[in-house]
Ligand binder design. Structure first.
Ligand code: MLC
Ligand code: AMP
Length: 504
């Protein structure tokens, strides 16, 4: 009788009355209270006809209750499927349909729009608001605070995280209990987490970073979290004195560095700052150290693998690198076409193998076979080099991908959208350096002959159909796209032409 994920992350602290989540208003929630809510939610799901192995899609604002819903799913053996709150109804339509979710828990404000969409897929709908209210919360409030964790094995699925792809069609990465547990264990160890740690948590909890790195590590260590609804510099600066560790995407750190209140004195008591999800510029690294005296610890991961490598806690944190493979994780640098390992020091595609690597894409056996090799290695699509000391350098991407403020944007998806717009003959979407987001989206459009493209109309449609972070921030009109002799659009040339799009 076991549920390894529940037994490790949650059960050991079920009776603890010590603060677990510290909220921005100064109040706190104990693990006992948090897990009572989770048990009530698990009962509410069962009452709604949800069984172990079903998918529960979750599109809600970050709140303690949203995290309790994750705990409830683990307890009930239900597959947790969190979705970026920025997704629009047409995007959500795809995720609910593709995953075959049995229940969609959404924000009360979007119920009228989402109910018919979910119901068309035979999916039940309940609501959970940022204030912890809604029909799901109500259903849970009437339930018992006791719920016996449903038996699971370590190989049972715990979560689906959707990740976009070069075809423009999102893929549901299937993660097992062991994927999540092995990674949390490796990170607690590598970053020396203890029950005394207070993690400043300002990340969203619908992606690997905020959920499987930040929350799982803190849960496993038995620590507590300052649980903020979003990254807001004022609140981060106000609550930092009570934290010991902070995790963030590079944009968090550049925004903090732009704030004169972020000083050596403010951060003197901190044990650790971790960065990931996007490249941290060596310049940001050095500025951070000069300002605070701390060296940010950069690590590297993916939705499909959680964390793969990390700079060391106790040894040199080398700027511009993502450190060494975590214990139990193997990496190799390979030739793109043959998948054969390259001599040490050469640049190639990074492959990863270990207990952290997902088991495949939901309902996409071919895509799974393309990216998960028979010898267990996963092709990350990132270009890397391993230096003579063993530090991994991510030097670029073999995949056409833009990372804006830590969110991934696949140009193909935006190009498919743009090509459908009136007056657009064809399009190419590229990332250009952006001072706040690292990179941001530039849309290069070729109009149909003799037509003036109505950019306002395109922007209005984009607002309805695309999540905000994916929307192009700059449109450029050209007569033709640069192509090579094979007819392939030369994005490198476009990137060069528009590299200053956001620097004026
Ligand atoms: C918000 N906006 C963005 C954006 N975030 N635009 C581009 N890129 C982003 N990342 C837009 C909104 O659509 C809106 O546009 C406007 O900015 C204001 O919205 P906001 O919500 O107030 O923005 P803000 O709070 O400033 O958000 C920025 C941010 C946030 C950096 C704090 O994006 C964030 O928390 N990022 C973290 C992403 C993350 O957790 N990634 C982990 C992935 S897991 P408009 O037009 O409506 O005004 C992974 C694996 C790994 O990658 O290794 O970790
Ligand atoms: P996602 O698919 O959202 O999980 O994003 C994973 C991608 O983010 C990786 O394949 C990398 O391209 C990128 N990434 C994550 N961490 C880092 C890092 N520290 N440095 C460079 N790129 C990173």
């Amino acid at each position: 009788m076991a549920n390894p994920l529940y037994d490790t992350l949650f059960a050991p602290h079920e009776a603890s009355d010590a603060p677990f989540l510290h909220l921005a208003d100064g109040s706190s929630i104990s693990r006992r209270a948090f897990l009572s809510t989770a048990a009530q939610m698990a009962n509410a799901m069962v009452s709604a006809g949800i069984a172990a192995g079903d998918r529960v899609a979750v599109h809600v604002q970050k709140s303690p209750e949203a995290l309790a819903l994750y705990a409830a799913c683990v307890k009930a053996g239900v597959i947790f499927l969190p979705l970026n709150i920025a997704y629009t109804p047409p995007e959500l339509d795809y995720f609910v349909g593709d995953s075959g979710a049995a229940l969609f828990v959404c924000d009360p404000g979007e119920l009228s729009e989402m109910e018919p969409i979910a119901k068309a897929h035979g999916c039940k709908v309940l609501t959970l608001g940022s204030d912890g209210q809604g029909s799901f919360a109500q259903a849970a409030a009437d339930q018992s605070e006791k719920f016996n964790a449903v038996d699971r094995t370590k190989d049972d699925l715990a979560a689906f995280l959707y990740t976009s792809g070069t075809t423009g069609r999102s893929k549901g990465a299937m993660l097992t209990q062991e994927n999540l547990l092995s990674n949390a264990r490796a990170l607690v160890d590598a970053w020396q987490f203890t029950p005394d740690d207070v993690l400043l948590h300002a990340l969203p909890i619908f992606h690997a970073h905020g959920l499987f790195v930040a929350s799982n590590v803190s849960l496993m260590a038995g620590g507590s979290m300052i649980f903020l609804p979003k990254f807001d510099p004022d609140t981060v600066i106000a609550t930092l004195p009570k934290a010991t560790v902070m995790m963030g995407v590079p944009t968090f750190y550049t925004r903090l560095l732009d704030d004169p209140r972020f000083t050596r004195q403010l951060t003197a008591h901190m044990r650790l700052f971790v960065s990931g999800s996007a490249p941290l510029l060596a310049e940001t690294h050095e500025r951070f150290q000069a300002r605070t005296g701390h060296r940010i610890l950069e690590r590297y991961g993916m939705t499909e693998t959680s964390m793969n490598t990390s700079n060391p806690y106790d040894a040199e944190r080398r700027a511009g690198t993502v450190g060494f493979p975590l214990p139990g994780v193997e990496v190799r640098v390979c030739a793109p076409e043959t998948h054969t390992e390259l001599p040490q020091g050469e640049i190639g595609v990074l492959h990863v193998r270990g207990p952290n690597v997902f088991v495949g894409y939901w309902n996409m056996p071919e895509k799974t076979r393309e990216e998960l090799l028979p010898d267990g290695y996963f092709i990350t699509g990132d270009l890397a080099r391993i230096d003579a000391d063993g530090y991994v350098h991510i030097v670029g991407r073999g995949k056409d991908l833009i990372i804006s403020g830590g969110y991934n944007i696949y140009p193909k998806e935006i190009e498919l959208f743009l090509d459908d717009q009136p007056g657009v003959s064809e399009s190419a979407v590229i990332g250009a350096p952006h001072p706040d987001f690292g990179e941001s989206v530039v849309a290069v459009l070729v109009p149909e002959a003799g037509v003036t493209v109505d950019l306002d109309a395109i922007e209005a449609t984009a607002r309805r159909e695309l999540a905000g972070f994916k929307r192009p921030r700059k449109f450029e009109i050209v007569d033709a796209l640069p192509r090579n002799t094979m007819g392939k659009v030369q994005k490198n040339e476009l990137r060069k032409t528009f590299e200053k799009a956001f620097s004026q």
